[in-house]
Ligand binder design. Structure first.
Ligand SMILES: Nc1ncnc2c1ncn2[C@@H]1O[C@H](COP(=O)(O)OP(=O)(O)O)[C@@H](O)[C@H]1O
Ligand SMILES: [Mg+2]
Length: 252
């Protein structure tokens, strides 16, 4: 049987995608990228390289100027406005600037993700507490978001992104404001989601997040993919003597 066609479990497929912001900012240029269901992929690269734009194209917050973006079976460029919510249900996004509702409580901010899909109140309450416990925020349950430190806001935005167990989690610099201990908690949460089959894309400057793992790392440079690190690791481990064998997070 021919293996020429795309593998069956592709969940994100970008083909020759470009994004130009008016008047002439070439944020993404001719990127092709395929992500399989259940993969963790790290997007790295300097500030301005196009990481956030790539995530925004996947969540249909931006439309591509050229090329095709297919996410969970939706053709992003052709998806009508009235159906965007069907795509968004499959995606949890933790934004680089958090986008919390400032005068609502931590619990409210997390609950919103679940309320829009009509989860029962008891489920929402339990899930919210579970996430706050995992991210060391239980004592902030009833605090208004605007009263939180940036590191706390960051963790609330991550909790909101994953609350509804979406098929795809997009995390934009998710540990940019965190110390080592809270970073570990976020990493453990991502590993837990990974074990449950969630597809996770993480845009990050933080090498410590991916250096200890064997997940795919994609470096963007001026809107283009620079080098397919992971493929060369997989094909020729011997050239990478320091490449660690195991992910840092313990298996539960
Ligand atoms: N809404 C926008 N309008 C115009 N230019 C933008 C917009 N968003 C991002 N850019 C530009 O696109 C490029 C890529 O930005 P971005 O995707 O935010 O990169 P990164 O997340 O890697 O820092 C940068 O040159 C940035 O200034
Ligand atoms: Mg960014």
């Amino acid at each position: 049987m021919s293996q020429e066609t795309a593998p069956p479990d592709v969940i994100i497929d970008l083909i020759k995608v470009s994004k130009v912001y008016p008047p002439d900012v070439h944020a993404i240029s001719d990127i092709s990228l395929t992500v399989n269901r259940g993969e963790i992929v790290f997007l790295t690269g300097m500030s301005g390289a196009g990481k956030t734009t790539l995530l925004r194209l996947i969540s249909r917050m931006e439309k591509p100027t050229k090329g095709m973006v297919d996410v969970a079976g939706f053709d992003i460029a052709k998806l009508p406005q009235r159906n965007i919510h069907l795509l968004r249900r499959k995606i949890g996004m933790a934004y680089q600037d958090f986008k919390l509702l400032p005068n609502r409580t931590v619990a409210d901010n997390i609950a919103i993700a679940m309320e829009v899909v009509y989860r029962p109140k008891s489920f929402i309450e339990k899930r919210t507490r579970e996430l706050l416990d995992q991210l060391d925020l239980v004592r902030k349950y009833a605090t208004r978001a605007e009263e939180l430190s940036r590191g706390e806001q960051q963790r609330v935005s991550i909790a909101r992104a994953v609350a509804n167990s979406p098929e795809i989690v997009l995390a934009d610099e998710p540990t940019g404001n965190l110390d080592a201990e809270t970073t570990d908690r976020v990493v453990n949460l991502f590993h837990q989601l990974h074990r449950q089959g969630t597809t996770i894309l993480i845009a990050t400057h933080d090498k410590s997040l991916y250096q200890q793992t064997n997940h795919r790392v994609i470096e963007l440079r001026f809107g283009r993919i620079r080098a397919p690190h992971a493929e060369s690791f997989e094909q020729n481990d011997e050239e990478k003597p320091t490449f660690p064998a195991l992910a840092s997070a313990p298996e539960a």
